[in-house]
Write a protein that binds this ligand. Structure first.
Ligand SMILES: [Zn+2]
Length: 301
């Protein structure tokens, strides 16, 4: 009797254990199915979020990549294919400041090298041109073709000649305008006075700068000075100093118009480093347009 009872209890316990195990297995089964279905749904949603902004195939971990892109955007700016990525990521990285690199007195022997550097970074600049190194004139065509602004500086860059009279100034101006038109097929509305609008090299013709500024307005032309001087016109300056002047100078302006000379080899030599640095700090580069702020100096004559 006792033995029989014991066997019955043992059978009942075994049956109970089997039921518990079965229930646990069913529970685990349901949980697993639910988890797999849930995961699939999440992945589908992630894909749906990504696809409208990126036509390339992107998997679920694209979100992680996008999150890291805030830092890697600097390298994106050096490339050409930066359409969607830049539109969405630029506000995070941009410091809201624009650098207008301007190069005077060329084209010259180092202009081609400079254009290669600008192209590498997809950066646009402005060239205030002369006819002084006429053998490099075809560079003007390349400058315009690659999206840079081309503008008049001076045909001769001879202060005594061009500031002898207003007529002499515009005669020299028109000669350079003709060269630009021959190279690019179009005239420019922009120019920079040799020595800047504040120059005193024109003092032998009293009042000429005041008169030229007025006449430029009447002709519908925009003139540009600068608010950051690279200092590269000096003969005893090093590339390292030019680089430092540019870095320190651009930090002071929302729109920095930087005066450089592409006829100075040490300037061209530091441009790759300067542009790389500026892009890493979130600066944007742009070419001047006739509507840009002219960074005008005070006219002294
Ligand atoms: Zn000049």
């Amino acid at each position: 009797m006792a033995k029989q009872n014991f066997e019955t209890i043992a059978k009942k316990r075994a049956l109970f254990s089997q039921r518990v195990i079965t229930l646990v297995l069913i529970f685990v089964g349901i949980f697993t199915v639910t988890y797999i279905v849930g995961l699939a749904a999440t992945r589908h949603n992630a894909r749906a979020l990504v696809e409208p902004t990126d036509s390339q195939s992107v998997d679920a971990d694209a979100e992680t990549k996008d999150g890291e892109d805030a830092d890697s955007e600097n390298t994106d700016e050096t490339g050409n294919a930066q359409t969607d990525e830049q539109t969405t990521a630029a506000p995070e990285n941009s410091n809201g400041r624009t650098i207008y690199l301007t190069f005077d007195d060329g084209p010259g022997p180092y202009t081609e090298r400079l254009l290669d550097i600008l192209k590498k970074h997809d950066v646009k600049a402005t060239f205030f041109l002369t006819h002084v190194y006429s053998q490099y004139e075809s560079m003007i065509k390349r400058e315009a073709k690659e999206g840079h602004a081309v503008a008049v500086h001076s045909y001769t860059h001879d202060y005594n000649k061009i500031y002898a009279s207003t007529d002499a100034y515009w005669q020299d101006f028109n000669a350079m305008q003709e060269v630009i038109k021959a190279q690019t097929g179009a005239e420019t509305k922009m120019f920079r006075f040799p020595g800047g609008s504040s120059n005193t090299v024109s003092k032998n013709t009293p009042g000429i700068m005041t008169e030229l500024v007025k006449q430029a307005g009447e002709k519908g032309l925009s003139y540009f000075d600068w608010n950051v001087a690279s200092g590269d016109a000096a003969n005893n300056i090093s590339g390292a100093e030019v680089l430092q002047n540019c870095k320190v100078g651009v930090a002071n302006y929302k729109n920095a118009v930087v005066l450089c000379h592409d006829v100075k080899e040490y300037t061209v030599n530091v441009m790759d480093e300067f542009i790389t640095w500026a892009l890493s700090k979130g600066y944007t580069f742009a070419a001047l347009t006739p509507e840009s702020d002219g960074a005008h100096h005070r006219v002294n004559n």
